[in-house]
Ligand binder design. Structure first.
Ligand code: GLA
Length: 324
């Protein structure tokens, strides 16, 4: 174990992408944050800045400042950037009300959004989560504004529009609760198979892996990765964090968490998934701290670095797993 190496050194050496979700405000404000982000991770995902709501504060204009800040930070530090996300049912602009649009207008709206955003970052973003969370927990199609107006076809359109503006970027479908082989990941498998059969340009599937209490079984994650690979899709872990059900924290939570992180990394690498992104840099700025039900339902500090950006046991466990 060589402690002087950073996680990023070890990931680079192994040819693996190890990442974190990035918040531009914290980047601007906190040197410990940006030092950790740049020295420890080789792939960065803007946590919110590329979502439709933050990007489009008004009906008439985009505001790219926050997204630009993260993309430029990545470029300045030789990290690749994951784009997240073009089509989602959450974090839409407040002024956007789907009922004001006919289906044709909604389609044109979405096409314009995808063309504008993918076009702006053409050649600078390596992978896009084109569609986020289109499948409900029971495996049915989620009833969103997009689905209600346009049916399943909105997915095919979204991937094609993204491909039109950037022929080289990798295009992903991203979802939660589909990390293992289960009802939801079966449905996503079928959905992506239907799209691929029609030559829709889907390159990969993002498994979010928010391990909140119910930790997906690493062997089942590996099996899931393999079946998507066999379908011709890349797999990336896109939003990993690890917490416990409230009242079920073990005696040494940090060790249990470290063990789980390393089991997941090992299973993923072995199965052929070589990008693992954690959903934040340090525990203090994790979205889970602000998640309204967190304290009632969950407990624990979810990430690889603590509130002061000191590496946790999970950090060392991931590093060791990459060096094995
Ligand atoms: C989902 C989204 C992310 C983020 C997390 C946590 O997983 O894909 O962008 O919002 O929820 O809130």
């Amino acid at each position: 174990m060589s402690n002087e190496l950073t996680l990023r050194d070890v990931a680079d050496e192994r040819g693996v992408s190890l990442g974190a979700a990035i918040d531009p405000d914290t980047l601007r404000r906190d040197p410990s944050y940006w030092k950790t982000a740049s020295s420890e991770f080789n792939v960065l995902t803007p946590e919110n800045a590329l979502k439709m709501g933050p990007l489009r504060p008004s009906r008439y204009a985009y505001d790219f400042r926050d997204a630009d800040a993260v993309v430029e930070f990545g470029e300045n530090h030789d990290a690749t950037v994951r784009g997240h996300t073009l089509v989602w049912h959450n974090q839409k602009p407040d002024w956007f009300q789907a009922w004001e649009y006919t289906p044709d207008q909604l389609r044109a709206f979405l096409r314009d959004h995808i063309h504008t955003v993918v076009g702006r970052y053409h050649g600078r973003i390596d992978a896009w989560d084109v569609v986020n969370e289109a499948v409900a927990d029971d495996g049915s199609m989620r009833k969103t504004v997009w689905y209600d107006a346009l049916g399943e076809e909105y997915l095919a359109d979204a991937f094609r529009w993204a491909r039109e503006v950037d022929p080289n970027v990798d295009l992903y479908y991203n979802d939660y609760g589909a990390d293992e082989v289960n009802e939801k990941s079966d449905a996503i498998y079928d959905l992506l198979e239907r799209l691929l059969e029609r030559d829709v340009p889907v390159d990969g599937v993002g498994l979010q892996l928010h391990a909140l209490g119910d930790w997906p079984d690493p062997d089942s994650i590996a099996e899931n990765v393999r079946r998507f690979n066999d379908l011709g899709l890349e797999v990336q872990i896109t939003e990993m964090d690890v917490a416990f059900h409230q009242g079920e924290e073990p005696e040494d939570p940090l060790e249990a968490q470290a063990e789980y992180y390393s089991e997941v990394v090992e299973a993923c690498l072995e199965a052929g998934c070589e990008t693992i992104v954690t959903w934040g840099v340090g525990d203090g700025t994790s979205w889970l701290r602000g998640f309204k039900d967190f304290g009632e339902r969950y407990t624990g500090d979810p990430l690889l670095f603590d509130d002061r950006y000191e590496p946790k046991p999970a950090y060392h466990a991931v590093k060791d797993a990459l060096q094995d």
